[in-house]
Design a protein around this ligand. Structure first.
Ligand SMILES: [Zn+2]
Length: 288
């Protein structure tokens, strides 16, 4: 089943008088959404009992929780302290994901920094191999670590790079962030063919099973020559990308991705508009 939901608290959550994340599952259920992505962008700082409380509510309302690991992870680093910390951030994210009763953790793999890109890629590859083995030995072999495509040229994470990383272990699948892909390559996603081209790389590189269950981030993102500048809302009609050709591709390929919206403030509303549009297109395609 294709699932939709927001990353983090949208402005409307507070406007509806809600404050705590444990109130989120019921609120999302009432809106008709399916997932909530909990961001540990600045660190994993939630206590076990709070996380379990959110997990209990999620289970009660049939909402799945996914987790975003800290943003500053960099598996290409050659500094020992930072290198070791990367593993700690992912392991903490996985432990908390367990308390939430969830399955997926999103990870930014690396930055190029001052390294040659080939060296950065080789470093990250080696580290990811170690990560997969540590995660499996720690009992997280049933989780999915969703490695994300990034929005800035200085970051590691083109679709090709992420597909290569995901070949390392069965627990790695891609997070295709189409806003990032569009921003990094100056607006390349316009038509259905543009989306097919990117998704075909996943089917060809990783096979049907992984390709059909990819994690997706979707938002409109302002960009400059260096790539991503900032996340926008679906009100934007300048930068894109548009969801409709992606929805058509998901239907055509029979995929069941999780689609997370990262709009700036309107992520719940924009997630719902994607879900509504997707269902309409799917029902139309069934009638033909
Ligand atoms: Zn991300």
């Amino acid at each position: 089943m294709v699932k939709f939901g927001p990353a983090g608290h949208s402005a409307s959550f507070a406007l509806d008088g809600k404050k705590h994340t444990y109130e989120m599952p019921e609120w999302l259920k009432n809106k008709g959404l399916d997932i909530f992505e909990y961001s540990f962008g600045r660190g994993v700082n939630i206590k076990e009992d709070s996380a379990r409380k959110i997990g209990d509510e999620a289970k009660k309302y049939g909402i799945e929780i996914t987790v975003h690991a800290p943003y500053y992870i960099n598996f290409a680093t050659e500094e020992q302290d930072k290198y070791q910390n990367n593993f700690r951030y992912v392991m903490q994210s996985l432990e908390t994901l367990n308390y939430f009763g969830g399955q997926r953790v999103v990870i930014h793999t690396a930055s190029q920094g001052k390294l040659d890109r080939k060296v950065a890629l080789a470093n990250a590859s080696r580290a990811l191999e170690e990560l997969a083995s540590r995660a499996c030995s720690a009992g997280f072999g049933d989780k999915l670590l969703c490695l994300e495509t990034m929005g800035k040229k200085s970051q590691i994470g083109t679709v090709d790079e992420i597909v290569d990383f995901c070949k390392i272990s069965p627990i790695f699948i891609p997070t295709l962030d189409f806003g990032h892909i569009n921003a990094c390559f100056q607006g390349i996603l316009k038509t259905k063919d543009d989306y097919r081209r990117e998704i075909d790389k996943v089917f060809e590189g990783l096979g049907e099973e992984k390709a059909k269950k990819v994690h997706i981030h979707f938002s409109k993102i302002q960009y400059s020559q260096a790539g991503e500048v900032r996340h926008l809302t679906f009100e934007d009609d300048k930068y894109g990308p548009d969801f409709e050709p992606l929805a058509e591709t998901i239907i055509e390929y029979g995929m069941n991705p999780y689609v997370i919206c990262e709009s700036a403030g309107t992520q719940a509303e924009d997630a719902l508009s994607m879900k509504t549009e997707f269902i309409k297109l799917r029902d139309n395609s069934l009638q033909i």
